[in-house]
Ligand binder design. Structure first.
Ligand code: SR1
Ligand code: MG
Length: 417
């Protein structure tokens, strides 16, 4: 009943949610709750609620995009899809998402475990904190969620039902289609960029090979319903400590190509490296932290490949699982060739999507804090320009970059240009 929807605020929250047994169990009596709104994303309200016994997070969708305001109405249904997606992703890689406490569809509201002392990874990067297990955890998460949500693993009825369900998240899919693959390559009203980047923004709008790459990557995103994606796996959608990593904010979930989640994640590690010069005391410190970020990207991809291959060998039980057509001929190697071909495709897609993500975070609507917080606009423009060159190179040369080591070398060369 959407007529009952009312946006929460810190004052009214204890009164409105104080009867929820799931919260009372965790927090203690509502009259002792302390509430703060901490949302720093583009879309939603996020509250941390602390009580005598513990703390929880309550997230509520707004009927508009917070980053733009009420002039951009947005369906509250995204909270439903976020809940459905987090439930599935948490089952496919147990322990890598927050525990869910309740979902209230009428209020578009989701209550979950308060991850503490976890930090949003983007903020941890800006503070120069090393997260030694991040690459491993994200690589495992990507392998498990992308493999287990796909036709390689799922039986046909469950797979088709999920595909149909998440097709309902069309509004958010449409946002990605426009903001990532179209707007940055034309004079779209919501685009913005740092002063000093006019020439490169204009050059990209006239760059036929780059626009063809954008069209090709958009076509992959729209037509390749390969697995259930998180759909927005940037470093603001991950919280971590040195020993734990959790994936949050799955409201953009949809069926799409595996390389999209991988590429968006890699792009955000690489962009953090491009911003280092502004966040560290000197070039040596920037180089050292950048090395950690690139090593994380390397570990992420190698872990993804290894765990995906393990799952391929042991959990290939789905629609595409049977290789009896090879095995009947004693050709055990046929399946291995298929795996290698598949992983090469994911890698090339990931590079293309990484290029799109980098370009849209600098020339499109939704920017990243690593660049946005650089007060010196001349420095910001210089670092963003280097990242744009790298993003363009990835998009155009995605078939020629053979490995994560080669991609990292390109990033470091461009970063220190
Ligand atoms: C209007 S939404 C802008 C961006 O914020 C989200 O986090 C997604 O990345 C989206 O593209
Ligand atoms: Mg988000």
């Amino acid at each position: 009943d959407r007529t009952a929807y009312l946006a929460l605020d810190a004052e009214s929250l204890p009164h409105r949610l104080g009867g929820r047994p799931e919260l009372l169990d965790r927090l203690g009596p509502a009259d002792a709750w302390q509430v703060r709104e901490v949302g720093d994303g583009n879309l939603n309200l996020v509250f941390i609620v602390e009580g005598p016994k513990g703390s929880v997070v309550v997230k509520q969708a707004l009927p508009y995009a917070r980053v733009v305001g009420e002039s951009w109405p947005m369906s509250l249904d995204r909270a439903f899809f976020e809940h459905e997606a987090l439930s599935r992703l948490g089952t496919r890689d147990p322990g890598r998402t927050p525990e869910l406490l309740f979902f209230d569809p009428a209020q578009a509201m989701l209550a979950m475990e308060h991850l503490t002392p976890h930090k949003v990874v983007r903020r941890a990067f800006m503070a120069g904190e090393e997260l030694p297990l991040l690459g491993t955890h994200l690589g495992l998460y990507l392998a498990r969620t992308l493999f287990r949500g796909s036709d390689w693993c799922m039986p046909t009825l469950a797979r088709k039902a999920d595909l149909a369900l998440f097709a309902g998240n069309a509004e958010l899919a449409g946002i990605t289609e426009e903001l990532v693959f179209s707007d940055p390559f034309k004079a779209a009203p919501l685009n913005r960029h740092t002063p000093g980047l006019e020439d490169i923004a204009s050059a990209f709008r006239a760059d036929r090979p780059l626009k063809l790459a954008a069209v090709e990557m958009k076509a992959r995103f729209c037509t390749c319903a390969e697995t259930l994606l998180h759909g927005d796996l940037h470093t603001g959608s991950v919280m971590a400590t040195p020993t734990d990593t959790r994936v949050i904010d799955a409201e953009f979930a949809l069926y799409g190509p595996m390389g999209f989640d991988v590429g968006v994640c890699l792009a955000n590690l690489w962009m953090a490296a491009f911003a280092q010069e502004a966040h560290r005391a000197d070039a040596r410190a920037a180089g050292s932290y950048s090395a950690f970020l690139l090593a994380t990207a390397g570990t992420l991809w190698r872990t993804f490949e290894a765990d995906f291959s393990r799952l391929w060998a042991h959990e290939r039980t789905g629609i595409l699982g049977g290789f009896d057509l090879f095995e009947a001929q004693g050709d055990e190697g046929g399946a291995t060739v298929a795996l290698t071909t598949h992983l090469t495709g994911v890698w090339q897609d990931a590079l293309g999507f990484a290029g799109m993500e980098i370009i849209r975070r600098i020339l499109g609507l939704a920017h990243i804090a690593e660049f946005e917080t650089i007060a010196d606009v001349v420095l910001r423009a210089r670092l963003e320009r280097r990242a744009l060159g790298f993003g363009r190179h990835l998009a155009l040369n995605r078939w020629q970059i053979p490995s994560i080591e080669a991609a990292n070398l390109l990033a470091e060369t461009e970063r220190t240009r």
